[in-house]
Design a binder for this molecule. Structure first.
Ligand code: FE2
Length: 376
């Protein structure tokens, strides 16, 4: 089967438009999909940054009927999604546009598919399949992290704050991903650090996953290289557009590669750490990443050595990763976030399935418990 020995896929949004100021094209794109548009967004930052005014003005230029539903929160739960479905249904849109960070893009994506298929998030958590395409959905990210603009899933938290779980379908791939790095210029440094680490780690875990292949590896390696060059720069200089452009690509590549290759143990563990201890997603992944690399190293030596070189010029990915989190002022001690030894069984239980299935080396509860203990 050739030098790679496995198959490789490339499922992507219908169209990807990348570049500074491409948001100016949003009206044209929306118009090609319908006349009634519903904008879905989160909280205040879209107003403060000027993005709301920019988006509304390009849509109105096309004489579209523009409705809007705001109020998506971080770590959205199934009840919020249900409320959003009802509010958006009342607007009867032809097209849904999500503008915001990963949570907002995920909720808008979930709403677009639930509107055509019916039912609730919990039905699909339980295994129900989406049978119909969603309402055409345009994803416009204002952070560079989750890559939601390119993924076929939405991560939803449970109202009882026990778990985070995706709903997923090929029908959930956005019709258009419009990635305009100028929309990320207003991200504060702590958000740049956390989202940027998520983007990097998605490329990294996809690159070393059991399902990694030649197509995804090409994108993932470029994503890791760009993060190595530009994440610190974007963190230290929020207005640096070159760095913002690079990190928007890292996010996009992370989204594409995770859909096609899967992730790994760091992502599996990040969900219970996020929901129970309130740790932002990218930070939660970063806390456990070096330990996961140490564990996985025997199965992916060459790849990790290359990652070390791309991140810090040294063939040691564990050390390179530690240097990166240090520079971003992120503690990788779980106890600094309120995690205690007695929490370990909970973390293990709610990290199972999903991303962990793609980790390059299998791992039992005992192994994961030992890793978490070493991180306390
Ligand atoms: Fe992630």
């Amino acid at each position: 089967m050739g030098i790679y020995g496995i198959r490789s896929t490339l499922k992507t949004p219908g169209q990807i438009i990348f570049g500074s100021n491409t948001v100016d094209e949003l009206g044209d794109i929306a118009k090609s999909l319908g006349n009634r548009v519903c904008l879905v967004y989160g909280g205040k930052s879209i107003f403060k940054s000027g993005t709301y005014d920019r988006v509304i003005s390009v849509l109105k230029k096309q004489s579209l009927t523009v409705e809007e539903v705001g109020g998506v929160t971080h770590d959205p739960d199934e009840i919020l999604v249900k409320e959003m479905v009802k509010k958006v249904a009342d607007k009867d849109p032809d097209v849904i546009i999500g503008v915001g960070g990963g949570s907002t893009l995920d909720v808008a994506k979930a709403v677009a598919i639930l509107l055509t298929n019916g039912g609730e998030v919990a039905d699909y958590w339980a295994g129900k399949k989406f049978e119909k395409p969603s309402i055409p959905y345009i994803a416009v990210p204002t952070t560079s992290g989750t890559g939601s603009e390119a993924t076929n899933n939405a991560v939803i938290s449970s109202r009882d704050k026990k778990f985070k779980k995706s709903i997923r379908s090929p029908y959930m791939l956005p019709k258009v991903a419009l990635v305009d790095p100028t929309l990320t210029l207003s991200m504060p440094p702590d958000v740049t650090a956390s989202t940027g680490l998520d983007a990097l780690i998605q490329n990294l875990e996809a690159h070393t996953s059991k399902n990694a292949g030649p197509i995804t590896d090409t994108l993932a390696l470029k994503g890791i290289e760009l993060a190595g060059k530009f994440l610190i720069r974007a963190y230290e200089n929020p207005e640096d557009l070159d760095a913002r452009e690079a990190m928007s690509l890292v996010s996009l590549f992370g989204g594409i590669t995770l859909v096609n290759a899967g992730l790994g143990l760091a992502h599996g563990l990040s969900h219970p750490l996020g929901i129970k201890f309130g740790i932002p997603h990218g930070k939660a992944c970063a806390i456990v990443m070096a330990k996961v690399i140490e564990y996985n190293y025997p199965a992916r030596k060459e790849k990790y050595d290359e990652v070390g070189k791309l991140l810090a010029g040294i063939p040691d990915a564990v050390e390179a990763f530690k240097r990166l989190t240090n520079k971003l002022n992120i503690s990788t001690k779980l106890s600094d976030y309120g995690v205690k030894e007695e929490d370990i069984p909970y973390i293990i239980e709610y990290s199972k399935g999903g991303s962990r299935n793609y980790n390059p080396i299998p791992h039992d509860d005992e192994t994961v418990a030992r890793m978490l203990k070493e991180l306390l």
